[in-house]
Design a protein around this ligand. Structure first.
Ligand SMILES: CCCCCCCC(=O)SCCNC(=O)CCNC(=O)[C@H](O)C(C)(C)COP(=O)(O)OP(=O)(O)OC[C@H]1O[C@@H](n2cnc3c(N)ncnc32)[C@H](O)[C@@H]1OP(=O)(O)O
Length: 179
């Protein structure tokens, strides 16, 4: 379910995608993944090297523990969800996570800098097929977490209908899309 149907072309950058090297900023200041105002969130800040994929760092802190001094698996899955979400929004359409599969390959100690990368393998109709990985200590460090995801395109109205419409319009969005 997270593999594109055969024949799906690899995506090309959207004409309005951020320029290669651009920082992506936060899409919502209260977001647990990237929000700058979240007291215990992951504070992931990301950039796109090519307008198609996302690279980011996540420093595992004490609020992110599962076992003593080790990252909680659900928190690591959140980090994967966040960078995958950032990468699919590069296509300038709103998407939400439908399915997220995660493999945990190594324990991740508190204090680790996880180097995250997310990319899209294909888009077919409303479905986007994506992957991510988290490497310990360096962009070419050992892989601790891998994820594959199916994201589903929605109307912007999805967020207003199910969430807080005023908060959406009040925030500045680096990821603003005009559906
Ligand atoms: C920059 C932003 C960063 C954000 C990072 C964080 C991202 C998130 O965490 S988003 C929050 C978590 N996700 C959600 O809240 C989504 C909740 N789910 C929903 O709202 C709905 O189920 C939704 C929108 C995904 C799909 O509903 P709906 O629009 O009615 O479409 P629906 O017809 O059910 O599904 C569309 C297609 O996707 C498929 N699909 C939907 N969900 C899944 C799933 N879990 N697994 C596999 N396929 C699925 C359906 O089978 C259907 O396929 P087909 O067209 O071939 O029949």
């Amino acid at each position: 379910m997270t593999t594109p149907p055969s024949g799906t072309e690899p995506p090309k950058p959207h004409p309005d995608a951020p320029a290669p090297g651009s920082a992506l900023g936060t899409h919502y200041s209260g977001c647990f993944g990237c929000g700058v105002d979240h007291p215990t969130g992951l504070h992931i800040s990301a950039f796109t090297p090519d307008g198609l994929s996302v690279e980011a760092e996540f420093v595992v802190g004490e609020p992110h523990q599962g076992a003593p001094l080790l990252a909680h698996g659900g928190v690591l899955a959140t980090a994967m969800d966040e960078v995958i979400g950032m990468s699919v929004w590069l296509f300038r359409k709103p998407y939400v996570t439908g399915r997220l599969e995660t493999d945990f390959l190594l324990p991740v100690p508190v204090g680790t800098t996880l180097h995250l990368r997310a990319w899209c393998n294909g888009i077919s109709g409303r479905k986007a097929y994506l992957e991510a990985e988290g490497r310990i200590g360096a962009p070419d460090g050992p892989v601790a977490v891998r994820a594959a995801a199916l994201f589903i395109e929605v109307e912007m109205e999805h967020f207003a209908r199910h969430g807080d419409a005023e908060a959406i319009t009040a925030e500045h969005h680096d990821f603003e899309v005009n559906p």
